[in-house]
Design a protein around this ligand. Structure first.
Ligand SMILES: Cc1cc2nc3c(=O)[nH]c(=O)nc-3n(C[C@H](O)[C@H](O)[C@H](O)COP(=O)(O)O)c2cc1C
Length: 207
C-alpha cells in the first residue's frame, strides 16, 4: 500500500505539512553551519541544508539562499566580506546547530546563543565552529536568481580546508562517519549515516 499524493493534494495541505513533506522527500541533505562576520565585526552562524558540490577543479560549492525579502544576515555578511566558513555538524552539536536557525537580530551572535564556540584562524576574520571536524574557508563568487521562487543559488570557491586527523584517507577521500558528521532529514530531523561500502570507478561491462 502506497500513499499517492498529487500536486493539487500538496497545494491543499496546510503549510507545515507541505513543508515537512517536500523538504524530507528528496532525501538526506548535507548539514552545514555557515559562519560569517558582519561589517560591524559581529559573528554570525546559521544552519544550512542545501550545500552541494558544483565541481572539483576549480573547487566550487553552491547552496540555496531563501528569498531576501527579510534580512538574511549570512548573505549580507559574505557579500560584505567576500568569504564565509562551512562547518560540518557532529552528532553532539545538533541541538545547538538547529537553534542557530532562530531569527536573532543582527547585533546578536548565534555563537553566544547556541553555546557553539567560535574559532579564529590565522589570515582570516571569518569565524569557524570549534570542534567541527571539517571546516572550509570559502570565497563568495557569484549568485544566480532562481526565478521560479526568488531563491538564490550562491556559488562559492573552497580556499582552505581544515580536516580532523583520521578522516582524510590516503586517496583524498574523507570518511565522514569517522567524524560522527550528521545529515539532515527534512527541516528538523538530524541523522547519523553509516558507511556501507566504497566502489571502484564504474566502467561499462564489456561482456
Ligand atoms: C535544518 C535547516 C536547514 C536550513 N537550510 C537553509 C538553506 O539551505 N538555505 C537558507 O537560506 N536557509 C536555511 N535554513 C534557515 C536558516 O538557518 C535561517 O533562515 C537562519 O535564521 C538564517 O540566519 P541568518 O539570517 O543569520 O543568515 C535552514 C534551517 C534549518 C532548521
Amino acid at each position: 500500500m502506497q500513499h499517492h499524493i498529487t500536486l493539487s493534494d500538496i497545494e491543499a495541505q496546510d503549510k507545515i505539512y507541505r513543508l515537512n513533506l517536500i523538504n524530507s522527500v528528496s532525501g538526506y541533505k548535507s548539514a552545514q553551519l555557515i559562519g560569517t562576520r558582519s561589517e560591524a565585526g559581529k559573528e554570525n552562524l546559521a544552519v544550512f541544508s542545501s550545500v552541494i558540490h558544483l565541481g572539483s577543479n576549480p573547487p566550487y560549492i553552491g547552496f540555496i539562499l531563501r528569498p531576501t525579502t527579510v534580512p538574511r544576515h549570512s548573505y549580507s555578511n559574505f557579500k560584505a566580506h567576500g568569504s564565509f566558513s562551512l562547518n560540518a555538524i557532529t552528532a553532539d552539536q545538533i541541538a545547538a546547530a538547529h537553534h542557530s536557525s532562530a531569527s536573532y537580530p543582527e547585533g546578536i551572535s548565534e555563537f553566544e546563543k547556541t553555546g557553539l564556540v567560535a574559532e579564529t584562524k590565522a589570515g582570516t576574520h571569518i569565524p569557524f565552529v570549534k570542534g567541527s571536524p571539517i571546516q572550509l574557508l570559502c570565497s563568495y563568487e557569484n549568485e544566480y536568481l532562481i526565478k521560479e521562487n526568488n531563491t538564490l543559488l550562491i556559488v562559492g570557491m573552497i580556499q582552505e580546508l581544515f580536516i580532523d586527523e583520521g578522516l582524510l584517507l590516503e586517496d583524498g577521500w574523507v570518511q565522514l562517519d569517522k567524524g560522527k558528521i550528521v545529515s539532515i532529514n527534512g527541516l528538523d530531523g538530524y541523522a547519523l549515516p553509516q558507511l556501507l561500502d566504497r566502489f571502484p570507478y564504474a566502467r561499462p561491462k564489456t561482456d
